[in-house]
Design a binder for this molecule. Structure first.
Ligand code: ADP
Length: 652
């Protein structure tokens, strides 16, 4: 048995932390004691440390971590390596030779942790060489993927059921952030855990404020802007339902002077990685992504997560929204949904063939619909969904309990209860309530998200962030691997002038201090000698201006899409807006004359309100893009009272 003092010493030595987060210590003890375990802990709870710390302490032995994402494995290994803990992964990004080398070293017990994907574990040859590895235990990350009742079922996780027979002596510990009671039972059954120690942390995240708002497409963008303006300069994730919506939203925000980057599955992997890094290193604060973004993202200081459509399930929402406020400081989770999202979800659910899966999907649909339409506390609903029975009735940190924040007040109110409007309160009213209810740091009414950085010189913060960015680039690791935001802010507050001083900053273990300590001291000296961060250059032109310039050069939509790194749909949609605003004229070269006449006739008959109705009335070869362009032109004519629009700027 590892002595208690050694456990705390390792926490300090490797991680540079003074204390455990709730449950961590007991989980570490269970694992060190060779017990099976099932751990459910919300995002940001600190799950990885629970198996990494035992791994660091069990010399000559190896923890096998099953993890679904290569990027996640790589980031964890980069962090462990920086802490001086030997770790490696086996995945498809390695060459054959590199894989053989990892397998050879693993057989010699050289790694404290070895990360393996579930697909890799399922391969016939893997179990053979694993026999030679001195395994201390198996840690299964994202364990809910094993259950069909979970929202992210992955068939390859089912292979993990074989671990128990094959390695009956080795403890298995399952970790997940989102599991209902049913999914928990499923995990325990599937992995054949024998009387496991169960650690179920509360799903209550008191530092998060849930705000759910039904809106229409016309008002959603305005609400998005308002939400973002509540958090100027702070890190935000916006989730959009489709790639086209991601691109449109990025263009819309840039148009409104909010630097933004996109992230979606169809981007080439280099751009995706670069965009992710720019966001991770605070170069650009707002990222708009599809749900492909986020798994394995370890950015603790996200101040808001905004959804532009209804998620598929409460678990999915909880997981995505939960990427806000992992540092424990206040953060907002804003869900701006529309009735048509629900119709779309219902449509996809109807299309599912497998009866059992269809039944589960309907259940998820009913639950999420119930969540957004219910008039009871959002925090409470989420906790209840995961099988908790919260003591409080009212949380003071959601739109139901505290009313809509003032900034969300809309002139257009769509079918929401009157009760809500009358309960509308200001942020500052809520501030005190949260503080009283949950004992967390109260929000400030203005710029409240700077609350956690009080005492931090913003110029020093920018300077150290720039240093971190450059250092991370040189070392080819994400910026947070060099240090987390919380450590960076503490450095700014303390401004240590010796290595011993740096070592006292949370997050600076022995090795990290060795690696960066002197560089940080030098950077602090340079700052005292008036060095400052360089200004990040603004983009040369805004999306609409750039698009108009390219149109004026005679570029086709497809060329513009290529140049601007967007889908053609996104470009056409922007051009249609420009036509409607009278900034650009509809060009004959954009669509066939006959088609234009037919669309104009259909619009005259059916009105300009519903593109879908017009599309359905025309033969299938008429695209939405063509219809949108012509409709935009007609709307412009209507606005001008049948006068032709002003000549477009480029034609003058
Ligand atoms: P999870 O996997 O549960 O989402 P992580 O393991 O990524 O959470 O941890 C979330 C954040 O909390 C990380 O930045 C991590 O370094 C930090 N953290 C974990 N344990 C502690 C601790 N005992 N003290 C301070 N910070 C911690």
């Amino acid at each position: 048995m590892v002595p208690e003092a050694d456990v705390l010493a390792a926490l300090r030595r490797y991680w540079g932390y003074d204390s455990f987060r709730p449950l961590q210590h007991n989980i570490v003890k269970s694992l060190l004691g060779g017990r099976d375990a099932c751990v459910v802990m919300p995002t940001g709870g600190g799950k990885s440390l629970c198996y990494q710390l035992p791994a660091a302490l069990l010399a000559q032995q190896t923890v096998i971590v099953i993890s679904p994402l290569i990027a996640l494995m790589q980031d964890q290994i980069a962090q462990l390596t920086q802490m001086g803990i030997e770790a490696a992964s086996l995945n498809s990004s390695l060459t054959n030779n590199e894989q053989c080398e990892v397998i050879r070293k693993a057989g010699e017990g050289r790694y404290r942790l070895l990360y393996v994907s579930p697909e890799r574990l399922a391969r016939a040859d893997t179990l053979g060489w694993l026999d030679r590895v001195p395994i201390s235990l198996f840690a299964i990350d994202e364990a809910h993927c094993i259950s069909e009742w979970g929202h992210e079922f992955r068939p390859e996780y089912r292979q993990l059921s074989r671990l128990r027979q094959r390695f009956p002596e080795r403890p298995i510990a399952a970790f997940t952030a989102s599991a209902t009671r049913r999914v928990r039972h499923d995990i325990i059954d599937q992995l054949q855990l024998g009387d496991p120690d169960k650690y179920i942390a509360s799903f209550h995240r008191p530092n998060l404020r849930y705000i759910v708002k039904q809106c229409e497409s016309g008002t959603q963008s305005d609400l998005l802007l308002k939400a973002l303006r509540q958090h100027p300069g702070s890190t935000t994730i916006v989730y959009a339902p489709t790639i086209a919506r991601v691109e449109e939203t990025v263009d819309f925000l840039e148009e409104h002077d909010i630097p933004t980057i996109a992230y979606h599955g169809r981007m080439d992997s280099d751009t995706r990685r670069r965009n992710q890094e720019r966001w991770m290193s605070d170069e650009v604060r707002v990222l708009v992504g599809t749900i492909a973004f986020g798994l394995g993202i370890n950015k603790a200081a996200v101040r808001s997560v905004i959804h532009l459509s209804l998620p598929k399930s409460i678990e999915q929402y909880y997981q995505e929204a939960g990427r806000a406020g992992r540092d424990g400081h206040p953060a907002d989770c804003v869900l701006l949904w529309q009735k048509r999202d629900a119709a779309l979800l219902a449509h996809f659910t109807k299309e599912i063939n497998d009866p059992a899966e269809k039944k589960r999907a309907w259940q998820r649909y009913d639950e999420i619909r119930g969540f957004v339409e219910s008039e009871s506390c959002r925090h409470r609903q989420i906790c209840a969904h995961f099988g908790e029975n919260p003591k409080w009735q009212s949380c003071a940190a959601c739109d139901v309990c505290s009313g809509e924040p003032a900034w969300l007040a809309q002139t257009v109110v769509i079918g929401r209860s009157k009760r809500k409007k009358s309960k509308r309160v200001t942020d500052s009213a809520r501030t005190g309530a949260i503080a009283r209810a949950q004992g967390v740091q109260p929000f400030q009414s203005a710029g409240r998200h700077d609350a956690d950085t009080s005492g931090v010189d913003p110029e020093l913060r920018d300077y150290l962030r720039e240093w971190r960015r450059t250092t991370a680039k040189q070392l080819e690791v994400p910026a947070y691997v060099v240090m987390h935001d919380t450590s960076l802010d503490e450095l700014c507050r303390v401004q240590p002038n010796s290595l011993a001083g740096i070592r006292r900053v949370s997050g600076f273990g022995e090795r990290k201090t060795e690696l960066y300590g002197q560089m940080i001291l030098d950077a602090l000296t340079q700052f005292r000698n008036n060095a400052r961060a360089a200004r990040v250059p603004q983009k040369a032109s805004k999306p609409a201006e750039e698009t108009m310039r390219l149109l004026a050069e005679g570029r086709t939509f497809s060329e513009i899409a290529g140049i601007r790194g967007r889908e053609i749909r996104t470009i056409v949609s922007m051009v249609a807006d420009l036509v409607e605003q009278g900034q650009v004229d509809l060009q004959n070269s954009w669509l066939d004359h006959e088609k234009r006449i037919r669309i104009e006739e259909a619009c005259a008959r059916l009105g300009l309100k519903r593109m879908r109705t017009i599309k359905d009335a025309l033969p299938p070869e008429f695209t939405f893009e063509e219809i949108r362009l012509v409709a935009a032109h007609l709307r412009r004519l209507q606005q001008d009272g049948e006068q032709h629009p002003q000549p477009a700027p480029q034609d003058r």
